[in-house]
Write a new protein. Structure first.
Length: 351
């Protein structure tokens, strides 16, 4: 890699596509929904969509979390893939989503009525996925509300305002026992929809970890974000065929008796609590000894020189930790390390 004179997040299109293929092989026949919340986990929505759609990977579903994100995905991906937005939103945003043919996750009666009104105002049909609360209490119809929600949805479907496309939920992933109970509640909710005359095609309960490790819980669709970008679960093992797609690199800017100073710091989003974590250098792993506003100081190595490239995190090819290891060092997860990065850090895509 050429030397850089400022911090840079270097993102590999090839690794991204390899990860997608690996995830698809793992979860088949469930279909992959590539989740792109938080600007594609800090990698950049437009560039990630471009990399996927230009490859041989066939991705039929993208998950945008909220409607503005989903509209960005739709604008970039075109009309082919399905795009799912599951955050409750305003009626104006619901209209924009329906106009853009975005599937909507609905977990409350007021939002259901809002989506119906928006569809009727547009003389259009909204694709809706009803959410059952299976115990996580992160939005979703409670079991005692489910029958009324299904009836209202199917009535709107008969009027042509809605298509009941799917049923979905979230897992707590706190224990296998709790997830088994949630899956049972989910199956009962799906059965109730079918008994009432509905025919949902997209059934999705699992996200990254459960989709990977609990095949019996997968539905027809699996919502997977972090693993597609090579971000493993906290305390989780490395995944076969999956590697981090991003490397955060920065140049050495000063060498003296106190150590080696690297041109990246807290203003760029690095936690000051990373002291003690290891990064990759031309001489192998070195520990961080200090983090200030604009500099990281490392343990010295022989022949260190200004301009040397330091890998703060990445796939490990230069002795660096991955983002999840750094997240664990500060008592968090890999996503936080990526999402804290300042927008002033240039994102560069390479093959």
């Amino acid at each position: 890699m050429d030397r850089v004179n400022a911090p840079e997040l270097v993102i590999s299109r090839g690794r991204l596509v390899d990860n997608i293929f690996a995830v698809q092989r793992r979860i088949a026949p469930s279909e992959l929904m590539v989740v792109m919340k938080d600007d594609a986990y800090g990698h950049g929505i437009e560039a990630v969509v471009d990399a996927i759609t230009a490859s041989d990977a066939v991705v039929r579903w993208f998950g945008g979390y909220d409607i503005p994100t989903s509209l960005r995905i739709r604008a970039r991906a075109g009309t082919g893939p399905r795009v799912f937005a599951w955050a409750t939103s305003s009626e104006d945003e619901a209209r924009a989503a329906i106009s853009a043919d975005i599937d909507l996750g609905v977990g409350t009666e007021p939002y259901l009525q809002q989506v119906i009104r928006a569809a009727e105002a547009l003389h259009a049909t909204a694709r809706v996925h009803l959410k059952i609360d299976t115990g996580l209490h992160r939005n979703g119809f409670r079991p005692e509300e489910w029958g009324r929600a299904v009836d209202a949805t199917l009535e709107a479907e008969r009027r042509g305002s809605i298509v009941l496309e799917g049923v979905w939920s979230h897992l707590a992933e706190a224990s296998d026992e709790e997830d088994d109970e949630a899956a049972s509640a989910f199956d009962q909710a799906v059965a109730a929809v079918r008994a009432a005359g509905g025919s949902p095609q997209a059934l999705h309960l699992t996200a990254s970890a459960a989709s990977w490790w609990r095949p019996e819980l997968r539905g027809t669709v699996s919502r997977i974000g972090a693993f597609c970008y090579g971000i493993r679960s906290g305390d989780g093992p490395r995944l076969p065929g999956v590697a981090p797609i991003a490397s955060l690199v920065a140049p050495v800017v000063r060498v003296d008796g106190a150590g080696v100073e690297v041109g990246i710091g807290a203003l760029d989003g690095l936690p000051t609590t990373l002291v003690g974590a290891e990064v990759g250098t031309p001489a192998g792993p070195r520990r961080i000894t200090a983090v200030d506003a604009s500099r990281v100081t490392l343990e010295a190595w022989a022949d260190a020189a200004v301009g040397d490239l330091v890998h703060v995190f990445g796939p490990g090819e230069h002795g660096e930790s991955d983002a999840t290891t750094l997240g664990e060092h500060i008592g968090s997860i890999g996503e936080e390390i990526l999402l804290r990065l300042s927008p002033r850090i240039r994102r560069t895509f390479v093959d």
